[in-house]
Design a binder for this molecule. Structure first.
Ligand code: 0A1
Ligand code: ZN
Length: 846
């Protein structure tokens, strides 16, 4: 439990930023590791910059001793509280020595120093270092580090280069949040990389003994990332070793600690038998993301936590670019847009909406959000579109040169682009401060050879921001003739006023292909006819637009099915049939185009159209649409599935993964027709986890749970595979049974709530994986999740608070559901033991 009073959370404000009067330039740490009594001796080299007291952060620490410049410090010269150590009358230069004691084994918050599977590890971002020792635990204090680890353990790692066994020196300036320590009985898979500058780098992926056969893909992804960052951004690695460690108990995906990245084991370990194609893709993306942070985050860091998007938005943008280069660019872009809409648009439309750069927060851990990460990345993408690739490269080069070794702000970043390109970015900067998803409305008119596009932008109100100004919105668009030929190649129009008009002289009314490549994170309102959408679907030069046109066709059918019980027309089903059978198209693209909008997406769209979404009707409409598609494709399914068979040994790369994805989509349709015969055969024949999970989830949806026992028997020894088993049985359960299923799974001995992956598998499997089950009319889903979040909050506030966002959509629903969701939120707010959950529930209740 936290010491900070949970009932009176005090916000911090961006406007209040002030540098510390005394700073720390070097940190010497000595650890004597012990599960219940670890001792940390810290020796801080301190320097005064301005008059004022030095206030060091420290939480849950037992003070053993304190000295200044070699002499014990008299108690009159300092004040110690639960959260701070204040030094009175500190001189201009001094050495502060403290000794602290902590108990890593009892730390279930997974922040600071903790134990996981017998090993010691740390998580210091954002404010975990203060649970290790007293320090200025803020990103604008950058220091060099020497670390010594005393422990009877074979592997002892920290940041930088190893100068003697268990002794590490990090020559690069870094803030506390990038500190890391790992110690345990670990084994490494190793490789080497020679940087473009000629530096020899040892690469190691450290895992628990027995897991070393599953590290190859992460290591390969790391080498490709290093090469890519040299080639595309001119950034080379800067130490003699790069270590990655896999940890089972981890709140997030991974952490970019300098030279010692720590990963949730699910984003490191992969073998064809245990990991799916999407696991492989996630490993590739996250390995790249953490590696790219070495320059965007570590060498240049954030001045304060309000600037989090400076490192995260940019690094997500870079990992997206990398994935587009390594895999299919079109498929990656569509996947990124799907994620953005599913998570960020949803956040932006509700009570948790906040700007990419928030202006206040109570608990910074609550701001590692889709808005900071994914919308932050879109803002970088728009900047690149506006200044062009050369302007972008020049701005980045200036940023790296000017700010290396510094803690920076968004202003520092934008100034580099303004200077390098001569462009005024003051209006563009609004993207960082204005929350909410802009709605761009398009109206077309064609008269006497004159074609007009009227544009309007409007950003809806969000919490604390009633008035919105026009943004600079790069709209990439093109025009097609009625025969599908492009008559206007892609152009970018920067919409920077509330309304605007584009005009063209043309012989006939063209088909508008607007927002190519999803050139801005906006909601496009454009009443296009089915006929136009069908032409775009078949012919547009931009794959995102082709996919989007198909998506709009599907969405309009599903919304009509939910609201009026409308059936599914032959025109739409024929279009899907053409897509499915189009052998010229990439299978991964065909799989994406056949996928229907999710239940949550439909609920959000209905709400935006002022229709109260009914989760049961949405679920039923989606199911009947799938049946209609299955019937339309019936004759082709066997041949199509056969064509997607992937011969030879499993290869995780995009080409084979795309075939497996389309194969799985087709198997799902086939299952709707044969009740599971094909899926049973596929399950028996599967020689990799991708195919096995596809068959398993199809069978669960066909209500054939017989394979669940066999699956468990085969994989009960494997934590990561069993997480899939737990999740699938909730996410693919009949909605009427999902809550009971989740509840039953939480009663099992192997449901370990202190492991975030397992907790998310079951409770996230319900709230995110089975919306109709979660939104059950009697509120049982809400009650179950609230109960578990209250329980988890007492030990792991960070994950409890993150998962509470399942309730952010509560105002969408009917009065009865609103009452039930509100009651669950109030119950969580009243029972919150952390300021994390308290802040989240307060914001959601509004
Ligand atoms: N910086 C990491 C993610 C991360 C963020 C917060 C954490 O604890 C609060 C842990 C990890 C990344 O972007 O990958
Ligand atoms: Zn990151």
């Amino acid at each position: 439990m936290r010491d900070a009073a949970p009932t009176a959370p005090q916000p911090k404000y961006l406007a209040d930023y002030a540098p510390p009067p005394v700073t720390v330039t070097h940190v010497d740490l000595h650890f004597r590791l012990d599960p219940l009594a670890t001792r940390i001796r810290a020796r801080l080299t301190c320097e005064r910059r301005e008059p004022g007291e030095m206030v060091l952060d420290g939480e849950q620490l037992k003070l053993i001793s304190i000295a200044m410049d070699g002499a014990a410090l008299d108690p009159s010269r300092y004040t110690l509280t639960d959260t701070a150590l204040t030094l009175h009358d500190a001189p201009d230069r001094f050495i502060l020595e403290t000794e602290a004691e902590i108990a890593p084994e009892t730390n279930k918050a997974l922040e600071g120093l903790y134990m996981s599977g017998g090993m010691y590890c740390t998580q210091c971002e954002a404010e975990g270092f203060r649970r290790i020792t007293w320090m200025l635990d803020r990103p604008d204090v950058m220091a060099t580090y020497d670390v010594e680890i005393e422990a009877d353990l074979p592997v002892r790692l920290s940041n930088g280069d190893e100068v003697a066994p268990g002794k590490w020196h990090d020559p690069w300036l870094k803030p506390t949040y990038l500190f890391a320590l790992v110690a345990g009985n670990l084994v490494a898979t190793s490789d080497r990389f020679t940087t473009v500058e000629g530096r020899e780098v040892a690469l190691n992926v450290w895992v628990r003994p027995g897991d070393e056969g599953r590290t190859g893909y992460a290591l390969d992804a790391l080498k490709r990332s290093m090469l890519w960052d040299e080639r595309v951004y001119g950034r080379a690695y800067d130490l003699s070793v790069f270590n990655i460690v896999a940890v089972d108990d981890f709140n997030m995906g991974a952490m970019e600690n300098k030279g010692l990245n720590i990963f949730n084991s699910r984003y490191v370990l992969a073998s064809p038998e245990t990991a799916t194609d999407s696991d492989y893709a996630n490993i590739e993306r996250i390995v790249a993301h953490e590696y790219f942070h070495n320059w965007t985050g570590n060498r240049i860091t954030c001045r304060d936590w309000f600037q989090l998007c400076l490192k995260e938005g940019l690094t997500v943008f870079r990992d997206q670019q990398f994935m587009q280069d390594e895999r299919s660019a079109a498929v990656q872009r569509i996947g990124d847009v799907l994620t953005l809409r599913a998570r960020q648009f949803r956040e932006d439309a509700g009570p948790l909406a906040h700007p990419v750069r928030p202006e206040s927060f109570v608990e910074i851990n609550n701001f590692y959000t889709a808005t900071v990460y994914e919308k932050g990345a879109e803002v970088i993408g728009m900047l690149r579109r506006l200044v062009g690739p050369e302007g972008y490269a020049a701005g980045c080069a200036l940023y790296f040169e000017r700010h290396d070794g510094e803690a920076c702000t968004i202003e520092d970043w934008l100034d580099c682009f303004a200077e390098a390109t001569g462009r005024d970015l003051s209006q563009f900067k609004l993207w960082y401060s204005q929350a909410g998803t802009p709605v761009v409305t398009v109206r077309e008119d064609f008269k006497n050879g004159r074609y007009r596009i009227d544009l309007k932008q409007e950003t809806p109100q969000t919490p604390d921001q009633p008035n919105k100004a026009p943004l600079v919105i790069p709209l990439a668009f093109g025009l097609l003739g009625r025969d599908g030929r492009e008559i206007q190649a892609t152009r970018i129009h920067a919409l920077d006023t509330a309304t605007d008009r584009l005009e063209f002289d043309l012989d006939e009314k063209p088909i508008l292909s607007m927002l190519r490549g999803f050139s801005a994170p906006v909601i496009l309102q454009h009443d296009q006819t089915d006929a136009d959408r069908l032409i775009l679907l078949a012919h547009d030069t931009d794959p995102f637009i082709r996919w989007e046109a198909g998506r709009m066709l599907s969405k309009s059918r599903l919304m009509a099915a939910v609201t009026d019980g409308a059936g599914f027309d032959a025109g739409w089903l024929d279009a899907l049939h053409r897509l499915a059978t189009d052998e010229a198209a990439d299978p991964a693209f065909r799989a994406l185009a056949l996928a229907l909008p999710s239940e949550d997406d439909l609920a959000g769209s209905l709400h935006a159209a002022s229709v109260v979404p009914d989760p049961d009707r949405i679920h039923a409409a989606r199911k009947s649409a799938q049946r209609a598609i299955a019937d339309r494709l019936a004759d082709d399914l066997p041949a199509l599935r056969a064509a997607m068979a992937v011969p030879g040994p499993y290869d995780p790369r995009a080409a084979d993964a795309g075939k497996r994805a389309l194969g799985a989509t087709l198997l799902r349709l086939q299952t709707l027709r044969d009740g599971g015969d094909a899926a049973r055969a596929a399950y028996a024949a599967a020689d990799n986890m991708t195919d096995r999970m596809a068959a398993f989830t199809c069978l669960l949806e066909a209500r054939d749970t017989s394979v669940a026992a066999a699956f468990e028997q085969d994989w009960k020894h494997d934590r990561l595979v069993m997480d899939k088993w737990f999740m699938a049985q909730v996410a693919h359960a009949d909605p009427s049974e999902a809550v009971a299923q989740a509840e039953a799974l939480t009663q099992r001995a192997d449901f370990d709530a202190s492991n975030p992956n397992r907790f998310r598998a079951v409770l996230g499997g319900l709230s995110a994986g089975n919306p109709a089950g979660f939104h059950r009319a009697d509120g049982a889903g809400y009650a179950l999740l609230a109960d578990w979040l209250i329980t988890l909050d007492a030990s792991n506030p960070q994950t409890a608070a993150r998962m509470s966002a399942a309730f952010e959509t509560w105002r969408r629903y009917d009065a009865d559901r609103q009452t039930l969701m509100r009651a669950a939120l109030e119950r969580m707010r009243d029972a919150a033991s952390s300021r994390d959950l308290r802040e989240m529930t307060d914001r959601m209740l509004g």
